[in-house]
Write a protein that binds this ligand. Sequence first.
Ligand code: 5GP
Ligand code: ZN
Length: 113
Amino acid sequence: MEDCLFCKIIKGEIPSSKVYEDDMCYAFNDIDPKAPTHFLVIPKEHIPSAAAITPENSVYVAHIFEVIAKLAKEKGMDKGFRVVSNCGESAGQSVFHLHFHVMSGRDFTWPAG
Ligand code: 5GP
Ligand code: ZN
C-alpha cells in the first residue's frame, strides 16, 4: 500500500525505533507513548484492521501474539501488560494498517485508560 504510513515504516522509508523484526512482523516504539513501555507490532502484509482478518491472513495474527509473549518475557513485563487493537474510527483507530499496541510499566484501568 503506497500511501500507508506503517507500510512505509516497514520499508524503512519513514524512520522508527525498532523493537523486533522477523519475516512476518515488525515491532517499534509508539511515537506518542501512553505507558512507560509502549510499542506496536504490525504484520508485514498490509491488513487494514482487525475487521479484515481472514482464514488466509490470520497466521500473521497468531504469529504476532507469539512474538508479543516472547518480547514480554525478554523485557521482564511479568507484572502485566495490555494488548490493544483499535478497529475503526469510532474505536480510535487512526492508522489503517493492523497493529497491536503493547503497553506495560504502569497499572491500567478497565474499560478505559
Ligand atoms: P491507533 O490510533 O490507530 O490505534 O494507533 C496508531 C498509533 O500509531 C498511535 O498510538 C500513534 O502514536 C502511532 N503513530 C502514528 N504515527 C507514527 C509514526 O510515524 N511513528 C511511530 N513510531 N508511531 C506512530
Ligand atoms: Zn500498510
